[in-house]
Design a protein around this ligand. Structure first.
Ligand SMILES: [Zn+2]
Length: 283
């Protein structure tokens, strides 16, 4: 039986390490997603800004078109200056030329303004682009690290499984299944010592008969409260006996004291009664 407990303790160590690594492996995609989230956010913002940039560029193109139309119109009117004959014709044409020039100038102003905006946007985009590249490079490094770490973890897991297979032979399959589940649900502890009549896993006081069964060590016994496998710890046992003896004598003493007190109280009560009697008699 001690051999079985020894194996179970070894198995407990292997299983809890295995569970930890399994959890870490399971969390790898989550970790990777979190890390790539920042880069994705930057990319999304970059795309949005790039769309705005394209819009400004389109606007500039349309201003340029209108500006050149105004320019052509002005030039056309200017060329007509040579063939006018009357003052009225001159004034009308002169007004057209001035209007066209004004438009042209306004478009030029707008163009300068938009080109400045575009220039700033371009600068911002370039800066973001290099930031994204840096972040992506960093992310790739981290991903590589995580990948190699996860390979190491998988390797370690296989090794632990091998060690597990070496310990398992001769152990009851159903008990092993239960043991594995307990370790998974009870944060790595599936076999605990029973000390002073108490399960050290859940600290519940166990029935005396059950404690005796664990003490004989003839079979695998599970704590009725937390389901952990229990083994008897001899070292704790001597202390238990002493403590229990002390406890018992305490209880005995206490009981005696209690009785004494009770007696005294009884006497007091009698005194009280007699006092009352006396009072009732005197009244
Ligand atoms: Zn327990």
């Amino acid at each position: 039986m001690q051999d079985v407990f020894e194996k179970l303790r070894g198995l407990q160590d292997i299983l809890s390490r295995k569970i930890l690594i399994e959890t870490e492996i399971r969390d790898i995609p989550k970790t990777m997603a979190t890390k790539s989230e920042l880069v994705n956010r930057l990319k999304k913002s970059y795309i949005e800004k790039n769309n705005l940039y394209e819009q400004v560029r389109e606007k500039i193109n349309s201003i340029k078109t209108r500006m050149s139309e105004a320019e052509q119109l002005r030039e056309k009117y200017e060329s007509q200056m040579d063939i006018i004959k009357t003052q009225r014709e001159y004034e009308a044409l002169d007004k057209e030329i001035r209007d066209a020039s004004e438009k042209e100038m306004q478009y030029r102003k707008d163009l300068q303004k938009e080109e400045k905006v575009l220039e700033e946007m371009k600068y911002g985009l370039e800066r973001e682009e290099s930031m994204i590249k840096a972040q992506e490079a960093e992310l790739n490094d981290e991903m590589e690290k995580i990948k190699s770490q996860s390979e190491e973890k998988r390797h370690l897991l296989k090794q632990l499984e091998k060690e597990e297979q070496q310990l398992v032979p001769g152990l009851n399959e159903e008990m092993l299944f239960k043991f594995d589940r307990i370790i998974r649900s009870k944060s790595g502890l599936g076999i605990v010592p029973l000390k002073r009549g108490v399960c050290t896993g859940c600290h519940m006081i166990l029935p005396v008969q059950f404690v005796n069964e664990v003490r004989t060590g003839e079979g695998i016994l599970f704590c009725p409260y937390c389901s952990r496998i229990l083994f008897y710890e001899e070292d704790g046992e001597e202390a238990v006996y002493q403590d229990e003896a002390e406890g018992l004598s305490d209880i005995v003493d206490f009981d005696l004291e209690d009785e004494n007190e009770f007696d005294e109280e009884d006497l007091l009560d009698e005194d009280d009664e007699s006092g009352e009697e006396r009072r009732s008699r005197s009244s």
